[in-house]
Design a protein around this ligand. Structure first.
Ligand SMILES: Nc1ncnc2c1ncn2[C@@H]1O[C@H](COP(=O)(O)OP(=O)(O)OP(=O)(O)O)[C@@H](O)[C@H]1O
Length: 319
């Protein structure tokens, strides 16, 4: 793995992350299966990018590549991440590469993996989980320092500090997911990859998590999020931009409201159609809901104010 200065990726341009030509395969032998096929996009400071597509299209694989947690049989053949004035080579063709990515994991990019809330050890109090996560990055961190940070963060997000003394089974699903989100962002990652964080939650817990993520971006706990899901209604509530993925490639990307209102790619239209009733009236209502009716949706004005425009779409991101 190599890192070289990339002055074009920095706050002065408003660009948080520039992802180019990510290619991933499963296998590593003659029977390689290409799961991500040349994905490129940009994310501005403070933006949430929704990554949507049918099951199996490569969303999680792309997320793992960006978070630098690809392990065999997944191999990242190529890909670069320009962030914080660095150009990180994402390719993971040998064990040395995996080690070299370590300084960036959890700090530059943090992953909230699919099903994370159900993977919390039942024998650990949340406070032990906090320590484990902090010590994975800095084995010398003092216990009090780590717990103080967790307490501050919980307070900042208006969550009860007492969850630190709880075991996972004492928390609701929604609370577990919010706690795990807080823990995975304790190190103030510049970019959070959240993989299906709301899929196992009921509607009110989904809303609470969405509101918390928006607050975390607003308070710059992290500077941007790639929010992975095939749940388009949830994505329309939270995303500034949407990227639609099909068979390992991004087929269309643009500001959320614009993409939902006026999809350009037949696959996007098909995907949107699959979440909307085909009758004209319910389709209209569905679109209203998708584009603003829920009350949580970022308005077109807000999206425009975030500096996103159709011309932001990287050339390689449309077809
Ligand atoms: N360990 C693996 N070995 C071989 N192929 C895999 C492996 N993991 C995933 N794949 C394949 O890679 C492709 C992309 O999978 P991925 O999990 O990235 O899709 P996804 O869009 O995240 O799906 P979902 O929405 O169901 O989570 C799929 O065809 C999948 O079968």
């Amino acid at each position: 793995m190599t890192t070289t200065p990339a002055p074009q990726s920095g706050a002065e341009t408003g660009v948080l992350a520039r992802v180019s030509d990510v290619r991933c395969v499963y296998g590593g032998g003659e029977q390689d299966f290409t799961a991500v096929d040349g994905v490129s996009f940009e994310l501005n400071e403070g933006e949430i990018l929704g990554l949507a597509g049918e099951s199996g299209c490569g969303k999680t694989t792309l997320g793992n590549a960006l978070a630098m947690i690809a392990v065999p049989p997944l191999y990242v053949l190529s890909g670069r991440l320009g962030i914080d004035g660095r150009e990180i080579d994402l390719a993971t063709l040998n064990a040395a590469d995996v080690k070299a990515h370590r300084p960036y994991r959890g700090t530059t990019v943090s992953m909230l993996p699919q099903g994370a809330m159900n993977a919390i050890s039942p024998t650990l109090r949340i406070r032990s989980l906090v320590l484990d996560v902090m010590r994975a990055h800095d084995k010398n961190v003092a216990k009090d320092e780590a717990l103080d940070l967790a307490r501050d963060r919980l307070k900042m997000l208006e969550m009860p500090v007492r969850v630190l003394d709880s075991y996972a089974h004492q928390l609701s699903g929604g609370m577990k997911q919010r706690v795990i989100t807080v823990i995975s962002t304790l190190l103030n990652p510049r970019l959070l990859i959240a993989d299906e964080p709301t899929s196992a939650l009921d509607v009110s817990s989904q809303r609470m998590l969405v509101e918390m993520l928006l607050a975390m971006v607003e308070q710059r706990i992290m500077s941007g999020v790639v929010f992975v899901t095939h749940d388009l209604p949830v994505l329309s509530q939270i995303s500034d931009k949407l990227a639609i993925m099909n068979r390992g490639a991004i087929v269309e990307m643009g500001p959320t409201a614009q993409l939902v209102e006026d999809p350009q790619h037949p696959y996007t239209e098909k995907l949107l159609g699959s979440v909307l009733d085909p009758t004209a009236e319910t389709r209209r209502k569905g679109k209203e809901w998708l584009t603003g009716g829920s009350g949580l949706v970022r308005s077109a004005t807000e999206t425009a104010a975030s500096g996103t425009s159709p011309s932001d779409t990287p050339k390689g991101a449309t077809s």
